[in-house]
Design a protein around this ligand. Sequence first.
Ligand code: ADP
Length: 178
Amino acid sequence: MNKIAVYPGSFDPITKGHMDIINRAVFLFDKVIIGVLNNSSKKYWFSLEERVEMIKKIIPTEYKNKIEVKGFRGLLIDFMRNNDASIIIRGLRAVSDYEYELQLALTNKKLADGDIDTIFLPASRETLYLSSSIVKELAMYGGRLEDFVDNAIIEIIKNKVRKVEEVNDEKSKNICSR
Ligand code: ADP
């Protein structure tokens, strides 16, 4: 039987920490589907299409037949069933990730009547403190991104910063002219 796993997340944007989990997961499963979540209550920097495109850009070519990238809305377990997947992969960084991740894992297992389980991969030492939020913060202040995200998406992130700044400038102009 094919072991299909889903690695769900926001990937806003994808970091070297996410890539580390993906590069290790491909050796554990027959297929890994990167499930890019679009949750209406969450504010993302990048649209769902942009996040999917960035991931596709940096998947190593040798894994192209083992990795799929797909966007989804709604319940993770529905997305998993639609894709014949039975394993959820999540990355664990600090202890602070643990409580939330455990709650998610147990809820998903309950919702799926035990048919779906979660496997946690520990973050590697080099990317332990890396998150998409840190990357966005760094990008806003013009910090070097090379150590944290793939070179192929740096320009996309910088362009987004320019757009975010334009929107912020416009907002503050409107406030000042009131
Ligand atoms: P979410 O909004 O679902 O937390 P993220 O894109 O932030 O989405 O993270 C997706 C998954 O990747 C989560 O399991 C998260 O713990 C894991 N992850 C994020 N950054 C790292 C990292 N640096 N090392 C290992 N796992 C990570």
